[in-house]
Write a protein that binds this ligand. Structure first.
Ligand code: NAP
Length: 262
């Protein structure tokens, strides 16, 4: 009997890490349901995916909308017949002091980075169970354990996903569903230019100290994490050191981060 073609749903597929990851899976013959709000970018993704071994289904949806994510999963299973992996990647950043920040900006970060992860996973798990198991990948950040002044809400949202992933992994192990938490470091995407709350998105001088990954490099790491059913992933020793620095010497790391984000 031939194996069924595996299917992945990824959120935030219209740019950066999500765009590259959708193509990386498609290249390996996976069917990919690609979710984001910008339909034109998803059309460009489908164009880039033409000729690769898998197929891409563009799905315009907002991860903060629970019903829209339920419909996205339903459309995926109707179109491809199954779901084997889920990548909760959609996320936004915000910079600036907590007290002075506009509530609408902080609210958007919380709705996207927390509620969006909930809605993606709660909608997707029944479909993974129907396929007999699978893998969930949550895109977190090295900031999950790194004190970061002027990035407090974003860093806390990623600390949330780190804790959430660890609990979820235990809840889903009897369903043969693994949970990967990707602690991603600085990557060259639209993320910095699009983050909320900042009047000055120009890179700081100290930013030059932090090496930058390509989204394609991160995408290959996500493919490996799904194949190996990894638990917590750092893609570089630099990121691992930053994260551990945040645990061992939070004050020193906080001063380093301050120069980055202020
Ligand atoms: N870049 C970095 O340095 C870095 C480092 C660590 C972790 N990360 C994490 O990596 C993930 C991907 O970010 P990226 O760097 O690839 O940034 P990006 O290029 O800005 O991509 C963000 C993606 O999220 C989608 N998105 C945002 N809000 C959404 C919503 N409400 N509903 C649906 N989709 C939404 C965007 O699509 P639409 O606007 O079209 O909806 C876009 O496709 C994020 O979770 C981010 O926190 C990034």
């Amino acid at each position: 009997m031939t194996e069924p073609t595996r299917t992945l749903l990824i959120t935030g597929a219209s740019s950066g890490i999500g765009f590259a990851t959708a193509l990386a899976f498609c290249r390996r013959g996976w069917n990919v349901a690609a979710v984001a709000r910008r339909a034109d970018r998803l059309t460009a993704l489908v164009e880039d995916g033409r000729g690769l071994s898998g197929n891409i289904l563009p799905l315009t949806a907002d991860v903060t909308d629970r019903e829209a994510m339920r419909r996205a999963i339903e459309a995926t299973v109707t179109h491809f017949g199954r779901l084997d992996a889920l990548v909760a990647n959609a996320g936004i950043g915000q910079r600036g002091a907590v007290v002075e920040a506009e509530w609408a900006h902080l609210d958007a970060v919380l709705r996207t980075n927390l509620d969006g992860v909930y809605h993606t996973i709660r909608a997707g798990v029944p479909a993974l169970r129907q396929s007999g198991g699978g893998q969930i990948v949550i895109i977190s950040s090295v900031l999950a354990t790194l004190i970061a002044p002027y990035y407090a809400t974003y860093a806390a949202s990623k600390a949330f996903t780190a804790s959430f992933a660890a609990s979820l992994r235990m809840e889903l192990e009897d369903d043969r569903i693994g949970v990967t938490e990707m602690r991603v470091g600085r990557t060259a995407t639209e993320f910095n230019a699009r983050r909320l709350g900042s009047t000055d998105n120009a890179p700081k001088q100290s930013h030059k100290l932090v090496p930058v990954m390509t989204p394609e490099f991160v995408a290959e790491g996500i493919v490996r994490a799904v194949e190996r059913r990894s638990k917590v992933v750092y893609l570089r020793w630099f990121d691992r050191m930053l994260a551990w620095g945040g645990v061992i010497a939070p004050g020193v790391m906080g001063r380093f981060s301050r120069a980055q984000y202020r």
